[in-house]
Write a protein that binds this ligand. Structure first.
Ligand code: PLP
Length: 431
């Protein structure tokens, strides 16, 4: 049985100096209870905590570790590069190389601007869309997360076209007024919001495959209709590919679903585990970005050489070995089948959603297609499942509203171990 003595001591200390003891809220285990596990090191798909417990990792640092932790080529590239200094604040050849690689891998983009996080990428893309269209409002979908900048921390009132209402103190009503929300997978609702704000909407931003209400897939035709509406109304379609980019495949959700976005945002895999984000689009739109155009956007550490070499090395490997994406999807399908069997035998209500190497279990009997249906999941069962799995050495995301991210360093033996742990956990939950 795992002991969490050291993690417990560290969590006590951390809370003295860091709000809630963590630098990003979900790490605090608030929605599952208990003490967060403090990680000492990781290799491949195995995490080791400060008490020397080991876990099979299904978070992959929330996405970036698609080929496993401490991936040898990435670590070597960082070590070599760091000798040349950690930042210059001046252009480098490496920035051209990574930009060219991204433009080669991703459809429908000519130019890419590197930033330091997914949040920055999304907030900058919205600014560009506003600058390009000359309109102020944008639509986001309930349950989609695009980072913590003010304009994204908004939920709609009950009526589709009511003004946005801030999700967090500190977000002004003025900001909230320009964020409209619509229901994921509900095209009639999108049309209604647009009709109520005719001629005022600069962009629709969407996680084409949602990962922030658990894994939720777009219904057949939904993305196609969004594309069509955007064309009809002069609205830019932004795909937030912070999760899906370089995970669903080389070309992300645009390639996977065969839909062209006007702007795309990236994070996670693009930085190989370093703090990186990016936004990209065709010349026609990106030419308005500073210093060529009037839309200002900057960053002291943007294009940082250590971050760029980590991302470049990982992306190069994914580009040269596209079969990695198929291997990952096969592993995810195998896990899905195994979990399906043990869940069916358990008698609990459940639904599993999967796309590529993203997968979620919802303890509900309702098909999960949007935030409301995701919220029907049983809030008491998930924390129990999470802790039973943790005890058995399986590290799942500590929230039922998060997707698992598989890494290709997972072996079929590890997947079998996970399925067996799920079987035992579900039995223990009934006791
Ligand atoms: N967009 C999506 C789809 C995300 O999942 C996230 C983070 O999880 C973000 C944007 C924000 O990225 P970051 O946490 O790097 O700011």
């Amino acid at each position: 049985m795992h002991q969490y003595k050291r993690s417990s001591e560290l969590f006590d200390q951390a809370q003295k100096y860091i709000p809630g003891g963590v630098n990003s809220p979900v790490r605090a285990f608030k929605s599952v209870g208990g003490t967060p596990v403090f990680i000492k090191k990781a290799k491949g798909s195995i995490l080791t905590d400060e008490d020397d417990n080991e876990y099979i990792d299904y978070i992959s640092s929330w996405g970036p570790m698609i080929l496993g932790h401490a991936h040898p080529s990435v670590i070597k590239a960082i070590k070599d590069k760091v000798e040349y200094s950690t930042s210059f604040g001046a252009p480098t050849q490496l920035e051209i190389e990574i930009a060219k690689l991204i433009v080669d891998m991703v459809p429908n983009i000519d130019k890419v601007r590197m930033v330091n996080s997914g949040t920055e990428a999304c907030m900058s893309a919205i600014r560009v869309a506003r600058g390009y269209t000359g309109k102020n409002k944008f639509i986001k979908f309930e349950g989609c997360y695009h980072g913590h900048s003010d304009a994204f921390l908004i939920k709609a009132g009950s009526g589709a076209s009511t003004f946005g209402e801030p999700d967090s103190p500190g977000v002004t009503p003025g900001t909230a007024n320009d964020t409209l929300t619509a229901k994921y997978n509900d095209i009639a609702n999108v049309r209604q919001v647009i009709a109520d704000n005719k001629g005022e909407i600069a962009a629709i931003i969407i996680e084409a495959i949602a990962g922030n209400m658990g894994c939720v897939l777009p219904k057949k035709g939904f993305l196609e209709e969004l594309r069509q509406i955007c064309d009809e109304e002069g609205i830019l379609l932004i795909f937030d590919e912070v999760m899906s980019g370089f995970r669903l495949g080389k070309g992300g959700a645009q390639e996977y679903f065969g839909i062209k976005a006007d702007l795309v945002t990236f994070g996670k895999v693009i930085g190989g585990g370093m703090p990186v984000g990016a936004y990209a689009g065709p010349d026609e739109i990106m030419k308005i970005v500073s210093p060529v155009g009037p839309v200002y956007q900057a960053g002291t550490l943007s294009g940082n050489p250590i971050a760029m070499i980590a991302g470049y090395t990982l992306l190069t490997e994914l580009n040269e070995k596209p079969e990695l994406f198929t291997e990952l999807a096969d592993k995810c399908e195998y896990l899905h089948k195994g979990l399906d069997q043990v869940l069916a035998a358990s008698g609990f209500d459940y639904k599993i959603n999967r796309c590529g190497s993203m997968i979620s279990i919802f303890f509900t009997n309702v098909d999960v297609v949007d935030f409301d249906t995701a919220a029907t999941a049983n809030n008491e069962l998930f924390p129990k499942f999470f802790h039973e799995m943790l005890k058995r050495g399986i590290y799942l995301p500590p929230s039922s509203f998060e997707s698992y991210f598989l890494s290709n360093s997972l072996t079929y033996e590890m997947l079998d171990k996970t399925i067996q742990a799920a079987k035992e956990s579900l039995e223990a939950m009934k006791a």
